[in-house]
Design a protein around this ligand. Structure first.
Ligand code: AMP
Length: 279
């Protein structure tokens, strides 16, 4: 696996590949890799001739300084994991390199940028869009891979690519989970061993929602989920929305594709998850 720190260098080398019609898949990450990330890389490997993974903890998408400073850093382990799945290129730019030019941060995401993560992490998606915008300009990949674990982010990225008129196809990938249902996440590295089991309650509550349709309304289920979480977590939201617009629904008849979204702190670790309620 070849590692690049410089945008210009990777850009030059990828341009050579593109001239030879070599397809390029891209998997952006913030490191502290786990099986969820590796699933994205494997899919990218299967669908492209070369795969670039980036590891960049993007300061622009952190609204709390503490969250940024406690974000896990495991570069040595990450490189081993990437080599184990035959990743071709690792791109690890500095923020000075990536943001040599001041990034544009004025996006209008419409309803996608209103609730949930947008509400609880002001400026987060502007930071996400800024970094993805930059990566797409530098790498010009044929396909870029994003997890449904961050479903709202996936929607924002699709919106961005549409706005830019970029030629990159965005591929959404299923959420990888532990056997107890807990979604894999870099933030899990900060959980205490006893919290690992507790954290899976989020998954059980989301599954429970499926069993209550149509007995309980989306509004009742959201209130129920929020109350249940309060025993062991500090929940931020437990919301049922339409998957396409991400607007909250109060009645099942309002959406053909309802999806539940959750964010909650377990001790100091912020966990997010989501699940379709129709499959
Ligand atoms: P992150 O390093 O958290 O920025 O995540 C990098 C990419 O991996 C994003 O597209 C995430 O949605 C995706 N991802 C993170 N966790 C999972 C998971 N458990 N299953 C599938 N994809 C994931």
């Amino acid at each position: 696996m070849r590692q690049y720190n410089s945008s210009k260098e990777i850009q030059t080398d990828l341009m050579k590949l593109r001239k030879r019609s070599t397809s390029i898949g891209f998997v952006p990450t913030m490191g502290a890799l786990h099986e969820g990330h590796l699933a994205l890389i494997r899919k990218a490997k299967a669908e492209n001739q070369r795969v670039v993974c980036s590891i960049f903890v993007n300061p622009l998408q952190f609204n709390r300084q503490e969250d940024l400073t406690t974000y896990p850093n495991r570069m040595k382990e990450d490189k081993k994991m990437l080599e184990s799945v035959d990743c071709d290129y690792l791109f690890t730019p500095s923020k000075e390199d990536l943001y040599e030019e001041e990034p544009a941060m004025n996006f209008n995401f419409g309803s996608l940028g209103v609730g949930m993560e947008a509400e609880y992490r002001p400026g987060h998606f502007e930071g996400v869009a800024a970094v993805i915008d930059r990566f797409l300009d530098i790498l010009e990949p044929d396909r870029a891979y994003f997890g449904e674990k961050d479903f709202q982010q996936l929607a924002i990225v699709r919106w961005l690519v549409d706005q830019k008129g970029a030629d990159t196809k965005i591929v959404g990938c299923k959420t990888e989970r532990f056997p107890n249902g807990l979604a894999m996440s870099s933030r899990n590295y900060n959980l205490q061993p006893n919290e690992f089991e507790q954290a899976s309650e989020i998954y059980r509550l989301m599954q429970y929602c499926k069993t209550q349709i149509p007995k309980m309304s989306p509004k009742e289920l959201s209130a129920y989920g929020l109350e249940k979480l309060q025993d062991n977590f500090e929940p931020e939201y437990f919301t049922i929305v339409d998957e396409d617009t991400l607007k909250p629904i109060e009645k099942w008849s309002e959406s053909a594709k309802p999806r539940v979204f959750v964010a909650a702190y377990l001790s100091s670790v912020r966990l997010i998850d989501n699940m379709s309620l129709i499959d």
